[in-house]
Ligand binder design. Structure first.
Ligand SMILES: [Zn+2]
Length: 230
């Protein structure tokens, strides 16, 4: 596929090899999958902001659940993170939250339809070992529906304590960190009562991943990349 030529490896001044698919001239189609409103923004909002700077990037943003109020927040979140993107589709579904494994057949039907509609170069989805059953089902369906795709699994910090050891990092500079954390806290007002739903939480995990990836700006988002083919 022609698009994959954008996945070029270059040597940085430091000597470290880097995968270059975030260049502004890259032509990319990106599928973002989230079980609940705010998952995509928390897990990979900074990476999306970087990708959205590209001149030829197409997005399909799919959130699988949300009541009326939360669906509005989900749409607002997608539109804010993709503000300058010309080619985008935002789809908010209403599968029953916390019951995903029990309505899995219907969600699988949705994935099959999605596959016919959009052919992504890159898929951003939940972490396969996430402790939340809704997140895990979406990760499983991503892998069993998209069989020839580049998939990155993002992480969502939570009470369950299920953060793993990631192996793929995207550096974020300070303005992007501010934009990510600021947008999340200003948009998802229904979540404000949760003690962990703070800008401090979202910045902290970026800082830790920045340490692990030697980020010049100190911050990074991290992913689990199970498979990469060249
Ligand atoms: Zn979630």
């Amino acid at each position: 596929m022609e698009e994959w030529e954008q996945l070029e490896i270059v040597r940085e001044q430091s000597g470290m090899l880097k995968l270059k698919f975030l260049e502004k001239s890259s032509r990319l189609s990106v599928l973002c999958l989230g079980s609940h409103p705010d998952d995509i923004e928390i897990g990979c909002g900074g990476t999306i902001l970087r990708l959205a700077e590209g001149s030829d990037v197409q997005f399909y943003w799919s959130v699988l659940s949300g009541n009326a109020e939360r669906s509005k927040e989900a749409r607002k979140g997608a539109n804010a993170f993709l503000e300058n993107v010309r080619s985008k589709k935002v789809d908010i579904q209403q599968f029953r939250e916390s019951y995903f494994p029990f309505v899995g057949a219907h969600i699988k039907d949705y994935f099959e339809k999605l596959k016919k509609e959009f052919s992504p170069d890159l898929i951003l989805t939940h972490y396969s070992n996430d402790a939340h059953q809704d997140h895990r089902l979406i990760a499983d369906l991503t892998w069993n529906t998209f069989r020839d795709h580049f998939i990155l699994e993002y992480e969502v910090p939570k009470y369950d304590g299920d953060l793993g050891i990631p192996n793929f990092y995207v550096h974020l500079d300070e303005p992007l960190v501010q934009m990510k954390t600021g947008l999340i806290s200003s948009i998802f007002k229904t979540q404000k009562e949760k003690q962990w739903f703070t800008e401090e939480t979202f910045r902290s995990i970026l800082r830790i991943r920045g340490i692990e990836s030697n980020s010049p700006s100190k911050y990074a988002e991290a992913f689990h990349c199970r498979k990469i083919v060249f």
